[in-house]
Design a protein around this ligand. Structure first.
Ligand code: GLN
Length: 492
């Protein structure tokens, strides 16, 4: 079969169960596509062909023996930030170029237990710091819709593999938008869950109070299948929450769009730099939701101007602390011929980390240093609380909040934006992480250059089912999520 990559997750699951094709055939199909097409997209850092085929054979045996779960035998790609036992995990950094984890991240272990087949590990911004996946060490992943553009980031490899049909779905992580923004740039659906819903164990830390893993796929339905595997309490992550997990697939039609109150923050649609096409497509999608029965309610989110400065203090502060462990001593990159211990630390860190990571470590260390701590870090934490309260107040009156996922469509590779310009591109995603809320991106059309535009829906805590359900119903009534980049139409 030459069109296996066009099937949805449900169709793949049913096809395997009904023996229309085997997991080995499906896995070989994807491996062939990767070999042919990824030379252009450059999304995989590591392809684990041999292990994948062995996992596929085991899956086929399980299906025959009647031990299969819904996802047994389906291939997946993991962001290279999730530790994989015996397979290189780089976090997109030269610092971890030779790192082989002795254990699996909980998300990876859960995937294996569900019978998923790992195709490989995909590219990202170094240590998840960035928005373009222009990686200083592993190169730039390309946007499948236009190879001269970035796929977004930091989960740009995860977005590119799905948009180019080089994996049916992928894991991503989102600390300040890294699932939603690349999903937006590549025309995909991506869910950032409530902080604490998905285990962070074995996910290389960037800013621990905001890092959260989630699914990236073509549709809300496809995301729901992966969310059923990823979500849940984990004793190995003290911030993962002991709360019953919804059946996200069973709940896909569980929320009524009729009567749904969607908040439209006044401040969000007058942001300087909001592209006219993005604004128009998002407004059209809201109109559609209104036609489907939702009520649009204008709301105030007064803290909007504080999002970027607050995040860009707290995230680097946490990063400077988290990245101290990469010192050239225990594991990871070590410089050649150090003259003494200080030289070993200094050169290993300045040769092993790229420019953006070094910038964040410097900012974060400064913000945490004695004399500045109260003025910067503590103040940012207080503002963070105000941002959260702003949302909680809004949710007293609305069920969800709508926004663009990003003010623009995908940038050109090499656009070389200044750090501040780049950080301003995160205006719509950061507050969700600061507040710990869940949010989803859904594709809602294209700009004049045929690059995808995304709508973001932000929910109250633990409303993943509702977000997936509303997007699912929108996708039943529209076909934006079915559009494919030309490169995805190519056969291997
Ligand atoms: N672009 C944001 C940053 O650079 C968010 C990254 C993320 O969510 N990992 O920090």
């Amino acid at each position: 079969m030459s069109d296996l990559h066009r099937l949805s997750i449900r169709e793949l699951s049913e096809g395997l169960a009904q023996a229309k094709f085997s997991s080995r055939e499906l896995t070989e199909h994807y491996l062939k596509r990767i070999a042919k097409i990824d030379t252009q997209v450059q999304s995989y850092i590591t392809v684990t062909a041999e292990q994948a085929l062995a996992q596929a054979d085991a899956a086929d045996a399980a299906i025959k023996a009647g031990h299969a779960t819904t996802l047994t035998g389906l291939p997946i790609a993991h962001k290279d930030i999730f530790c994989t036992q015996g397979i290189k995990t780089t976090a997109g950094s030269k610092m971890l170029d030779n790192f082989i984890s002795p254990y699996d991240a909980t998300v990876v272990a859960k995937g294996k237990a569900a019978g998923l087949v790992t195709l490989g590990k995909v590219n990202m911004d170094e240590f998840a710091m960035g928005s373009t996946s222009e990686n200083p060490h592993f190169g730039s992943t390309k946007n499948p819709w236009n190879l001269e553009h970035v796929p977004g980031g930091s989960s740009g490899g995860s977005a590119a593999v799905v948009a180019a049909d080089l994996a049916p779905f992928a894991t991503g992580t989102d600390t300040g938008g890294s699932i939603r923004q690349p999903a937006s740039f590549c025309g995909l659906t991506g869910l950032k869950p409530t902080y604490g819903r998905v285990s962070r164990f074995g996910m290389i830390a960037y800013a621990s109070s905001m890092d959260q893993g989630g699914p990236m796929a073509r549709s809300a339905e496809d995301c729901a299948y992966l969310m059923n595997v990823m979500a849940g309490h984990d004793a190995k992550d003290s911030t993962s929450v002991q709360k019953e997990v919804d059946d996200y697939v069973a709940n896909l039609n569980g929320t009524s769009v009729k009567g749904l109150r969607i908040g439209i923050p006044k401040q969000y649609f007058n942001v300087q730099g909001l592209d006219a096409d993005v604004k128009a497509r998002v407004e059209e999608s809201l109109k559609k939701l209104e036609e489907m029965g939702a009520t649009l309610v204008e709301i105030d989110l007064n803290m909007t101007e504080a999002y970027v400065p607050t995040y860009y203090l707290i995230a680097p502060a946490e990063a400077s602390s988290n990245l101290q462990r990469f010192d050239g001593v225990r594991y990871g990159y070590r410089c050649e011929n150090p003259v003494d211990l200080m030289d070993l630390y200094k050169r290993s860190r300045s040769e092993g980390f790229g420019t953006e990571v070094q910038r964040r470590i410097l900012i974060g260390t400064y913000a945490l240093s004695a004399g500045y701590y109260d003025a910067y870090y503590v103040k940012a934490q207080k503002v963070r609380r105000l941002i959260q309260q702003d949302f909680l107040k809004a949710f007293e009156n609305v069920d969800m909040i709508a926004a663009p996922s990003a003010p623009t469509t995908a940038y050109k590779i090499g656009a070389n934006l200044s750090p501040t310009e780049m950080y301003l591109g995160d205006i719509y995603t950061l507050a969700v992480n600061l507040a710990g809320l869940p949010a989803i991106n859904a594709p809602v059309g294209f700009d004049k250059n045929n690059l995808p535009v995304g709508l973001q829906l932000i929910g109250n805590y633990w409303s993943e089912s509702q977000l997936l359900s509303v997007v699912h119903q929108y996708q039943q009534a529209t076909d934006w999520h079915t559009k494919r980049a030309a490169i995805a139409e190519e056969n291997a």
